[in-house]
Design a protein around this ligand. Structure first.
Ligand code: CA2
Length: 146
């Protein structure tokens, strides 16, 4: 099984600023945590982080041709704006879980809307990095029909 983990704009700054909201661990720590978690369960991982919407669309399309089994996506600010990412997820039909490190539902009103949610099997918010491992488990369960 192979999962693609996509992180959107500014998540490369994890651990560098706003530790009260996003914690003090870095993007590299996140990659190591999620890849170890998945590897221990026999799941291969690939990671993409970009600050550019089109790069994220390209990554989703590439996942289709690479026969990726599941996608974990934290679209960051594009969550609240991107029809392009919604359309990309809808077009590839790969089971996807949306993750947010912070509890978006308790933050500003504009963060309450997710354009991508309708294309996702689950949305996980407010669990920090653990949200990504919860997403991996949700995909494993979904793909094994549990
Ligand atoms: O809670 C999340 O994971 C978010 O997707 C993070 C986005 C935000 O726009 C969403 O509403 C919720 C922002 C990511 C910015 O990450 C930073 C990390 C360190 C320092 C500054 C920003």
């Amino acid at each position: 099984m192979k999962f693609l983990i996509i992180n959107g704009p500014n998540l490369n700054l994890l651990g560098i600023r706003e530790p009260k909201i996003y914690g003090s661990n870095t993007y590299q720590d996140l990659v190591e945590y999620v890849s170890d978690f998945c590897a221990q369960r026999g799941v291969e991982t690939e990671f993409v982080q970009s600050n550019h919407e089109g790069d994220l669309v390209d990554a989703i399309q590439k996942a289709y041709f690479d026969k990726v089994d599941g996608i974990i996506i934290n679209p960051a600010a594009y969550t609240h704006t991107s029809v392009a990412l919604l359309d990309a997820l809808k077009s590839v039909q790969i089971p996807t879980v949306e993750v947010h490190i912070s509890k978006v539902e308790e933050r500003e009103e504009f963060r309450q809307v997710s354009y991508l949610r309708p294309a996702c099997i689950r949305t996980i918010t407010g669990h920090g990095f653990a949200g990504y491992s919860m997403a991996a488990v949700a995909l494993m369960d979904h793909l094994s029909g549990r």
